[in-house]
Ligand binder design. Structure first.
Ligand code: ATP
Length: 303
């Protein structure tokens, strides 16, 4: 029984020599949902992905994938986990089709699935060309096709959209959405916050191996206490009529605490006849900055 959770990580700790790369990191990811794994260069993201893949055994902590506690590499062998590494590197004298066929045979996937994915990923015209002739974006698409060949229950993506043009990135996230509908849990490690923000359910923010924040987007917004931005083309005409509005007004917008939002909206519509309103919740980049700034502040205070 796994209570609908695809992955549970508890108090994961890992050192390289005497360097503490992960320090007491915990998170949960339900099936059919996506978690962004965020953090500065060297924060510990790839280390955590490698631990989930069984490539690194953590010093301590507990990991449960799809209802099974995994303490040894072998325990993952029969789990359907797809992985797209940060730098896709296959044997580059093979053609795109040969590479996918090789992985399909390893994973017991049919040849027809290979042909379907090649077409779907727009690589049909290049399937007989050696990988060394592929552009970075083409190799990335091939890598993604390889990662989802086995219809994974857990998909781990390390910087999946690096090198992709905007429509290829959009295609990738559409594909991720389809997989989510089928129950696949997805962990995406990325620095492209604005690109990913509409495609994730949870975020885990790491800094120097520690977890700064973890939760679904609504919880992270709530905890951060970042303000909601409200704009309207007619706002400037009513500001001078209200001390309350004047207090909240700057740069042509109202900035309000989350728990005051509903009341302020009622006030704007009923008292001032402002109906044409846009409400902008704090974005992922803002949330990420907030948690990083908090940590920098507490680190400098403790010096
Ligand atoms: N095999 C290793 N031996 C020693 N130190 C390592 C090893 N792998 C990673 N590290 C160190 O552990 C820390 C975390 O590295 P990791 O690759 O997990 O970071 P990351 O968050 O994925 O960074 P990036 O965004 O740059 O990919 C870094 O300080 C890195 O130098």
């Amino acid at each position: 029984m796994n209570n609908g959770l695809a992955v549970t990580g508890r108090n994961i700790r890992h050192e390289f020599g005497h360097f503490l790369a992960l320090d007491d990191v915990s998170f949960d990811l339900p099936q059919g949902q996506t978690m962004a794994l965020l953090g500065h260069n060297g924060a510990g993201k790839s280390t955590l992905i490698k631990i989930l893949l069984g490539l690194i055994t953590p010093l301590s902590g507990e990991i449960n994938i799809l209802g099974r506690t995994v303490s040894q590499h072998g325990a993952r062998a029969d789990l359907r986990i797809g992985y797209l590494p940060e730098n896709v590197s296959f044997y580059d004298k093979l053609t795109g089709e040969e590479i996918l066929t090789y992985f399909a045979e390893l994973k017991g996937v049919s040849a027809s699935k290979v042909s379907k994915l090649i077409e779907e990923f727009g690589l049909g015209y290049a399937k007989d060309r050696q990988l060394k002739t592929y552009s970075k974006g083409m190799a990335q698409r091939l890598g993604f096709a390889q990662a989802i060949l086995c219809e994974p229950e857990l998909l781990l993506l390390d910087e999946p959209t690096v090198g992709l043009d905007p429509s290829a990135s959009q295609f990738l996230y559409t594909k991720i959405d389809e997989l989510k509908q089928q129950g696949t849990a997805v962990i995406v490690c990325t620095h492209e916050l604005s690109l990913i923000e509409n495609n994730i359910d949870h975020a885990l923010i790491l800094a120097r191996g520690k977890s700064l924040a973890f939760g679904n987007m609504s919880l992270l917004r709530q905890q951060s206490k970042l303000k909601v931005k409200i704009t309207s083309p007619t706002l400037s005409q009513v500001i001078s009529q209200s001390e309350r509005l004047k207090r909240l007004y700057r740069n042509e917008a109202l900035y309000v605490d989350r728990d005051e939002k509903a009341d302020l909206l009622r006030y704007l519509t009923s008292q001032h006849g402002v109906f044409d309103l846009s409400i902008l919740e704090p974005g992922l980049a803002e949330i990420y900055r907030y948690y990083n700034d908090q940590t920098s502040e507490s680190l400098s205070l403790s010096k």
